[in-house]
Design a protein around this ligand. Sequence first.
Ligand SMILES: Cc1cc2nc3c(=O)[nH]c(=O)nc-3n(C[C@H](O)[C@H](O)[C@H](O)COP(=O)(O)O)c2cc1C
Length: 398
Amino acid sequence: MGIEFFTRLPLHGETEYLAGDPRNRGDWSKVDGVENTGAVSNYDVGDDFSYIDYLSQIARAAEINGFGGALMVNAPTGEEPWTVCSLLARETKKLNYVTAFQPYHFSPFNAVQSAATYQRATGNRLVWNIINGGSEVLQQQIGDSIPHDERYDRASEFLDVVKGFWANDSFHYKGKYYSAEGGGLKHPLNKAQLPIICTAGSSIAAREFAAKHADYYLMRAERPDEIAELIADMRQRAAKYGRENIKFGMSVDTIARRTEQEALDEAQRFLDEAAEKQRLNIGAAHAGLRSARMLSFENEYSEKKGSTNVHDFFIHKNVWSGFGYIGIPPGVALVGSYDQIIERVKEYNDIGIDLFFLAGYPHLEEAYRLGEYVLPYFKAQREALHPLIASKQYDIAL
Ligand SMILES: Cc1cc2nc3c(=O)[nH]c(=O)nc-3n(C[C@H](O)[C@H](O)[C@H](O)COP(=O)(O)O)c2cc1C
């Protein structure tokens, strides 16, 4: 089967050291009253260099090293991803950018028009990750009071309307959340391709939404048998909508080094630093990435409470849940020698993962390590992302 590699850009700061450490690059780690040693600038708006210049360096490194794209996480505490995609698109030649957004953030027509402009300017290099908010508290903070499952109903309508506007220059729709009376993309905006659609979430509502709409269903790393189970469930659900071709992506960090021992030492360094800063067991990832379903490795943290032994957090060979334990999303990393990372990628690929989002710390250096030692192994097998349905086939005018 095919395989493709994207990386992830750190929109909430570089975290080679735990978040907020003044040794990290950029102003996300600026600590009041402490001299930063991390690179970039003096952190004033209008400086010659800003954090976006560092993100641009990572994007260029990803492209030079053969990654096909870059994922941007959307959190209210990070840089806004679609804007960052726009800022970086013209600094790279081929890299695809995945922006995450909630239907709540935009009207369907605004999303369609923005995407069409972007696609025309970049040669269809935008991918959408449709998110729906994993935390009720965060949703309410930004003014969205619709409950969890209903947000997926709204998202489903949102995409029906988006696809309708994209494929028709006069689209009519009357739904519970949205309506349209004759709007739609016209020449030349309608020459662009609808972005490839990704989505995630393991609640039943999220799975049904993905089954109906997603080109790629995204997951956080778990044990291979757990991923295989999720894939089987999703294939069944998608088949109900006649969508047997749904594809699967997985986001996982890496600590890829020349030897296994070097990788273990680096993982241990994170745990030691977390112990020193009393950040052990603060829970997996940030709230937005959490799922309604607790993943089994998250449940197991309570048995490990207080541990600083790197070996306690392996949930499968080279698959390490220590990042979640100290609060670094997405929570799981492949830790090992370059050959071992290749073995694990092959194992997950064999059970159905087509698209890997791999990133490590610092992001710039890890892009080179992966690009020089891991990605070349898969050269012959690489397959670019493609939408499952040509955008012009959408015709759901009601
Ligand atoms: C690869 C991946 C990327 C994600 N990116 C984001 C993101 O950028 N912003 C966000 O709020 N949630 C993100 N999520 C979280 C999911 O979209 C979803 O909201 C969460 O898993 C809760 O879903 P559930 O409660 O329906 O299971 C991501 C999840 C995965 C697996």
